[in-house]
Unconditional design. Sequence first.
Length: 384
Amino acid sequence: MTTTSIPGTHGVCRDDFEPVRHELERTLASGEELGASICVTVDGEPVVDIWGGYTDAARTSAWERDTLVNVFSITKTMTALSALLLVDRGLLDLDESVAHYWPEFASNGKADIEVRHLLSHTSGVSGWERPIELEDIYDHESAAARLAEQSPWWEPGTASGYHAINYGHLIGEVIRRVDGRSLGRFFAEELAGPLGADFHIGTDPAHFDRIAPIVPPPPAEFDMSALDPDSIMIKTLTSPLLDYARTSDAAWRQAEIGGVNGHGNARSIARLQSIVSNSGVLDGRNWLSDRTIDSIFRQQADGLDLALMVPLRFGIGFGLPHAQTAPAVPEGRVCWWTGIGGSFVVNDLDRRVTFAYAMNKMSPQIIGSERADAYLRAAFGVVS
């Protein structure tokens, strides 16, 4: 391992992974990247753990080793991992109805929706019925209760419709009904704490001074108001509308929103997700059995996603490789996901590699970014 001291980048990078460090240096120097961290693990051990740039748009505060950032939908992979722990313990059945654990969810045509449908975005419940405001989802129990009362927006199990904001409310409520603890507490006590991972679903104010504020992307070039307000896409993405400016509010940071408000960095993402890339074993502990790991790769949907309007493949809890939508994700026994703006995680079980990337300057793409693709290609170019 070599320790880097080049201005703008810090951390450790094994010699053969130098292309990853060079790519981060390039994007930082060009201004494409403001501040970011990248971590790559092999067999659960970090071979890349680097960071650089700034935490603020004015470039007055350096991105440090322990800087945190809102990684948006990377949080979903932590929520899924939490649910898979309960599956592995025999407390949660992927093929059981959600209503078996959460009886109120059976109302209005949802009695046959299964747990796997929630984890694969195929439940038909991809958002809240209007009216709903962003602050309404900070209260998990009332927000989950509203979802339980709704009718599905399409026939469950027939297609994916990305559960953009409500993923953690749905799965988190199932976890609460099974275990008694909230999602954030379960995750902290069963995963983040035991693994020493600095990742939070519901972030304590004690960590606020380490959080790099999000720098939003340029405004969308198309007029959302010209689209059908009752389409699945518009209802999913605007009920409620994610306001990036609000993500620096204390109320947002402290809420347990298991779909979109996890705070961490590349190191903590890679640490936790290495459970998957190591086929369930990490630090000598069997976290997940082979059977539970295999369930991740049970394909649940392959086609045009009804909410994002791009083609996607979903297993259980993760996306599966898709050459068109995620061209830098390698083929094979691989699962992945991304956070809006560009944060990224890939678990490659064939090579026992986890790649993680977190940043504060958002890209305008819905799925990944050109920066993320460049880092991915640099990393997997070494191990392929």
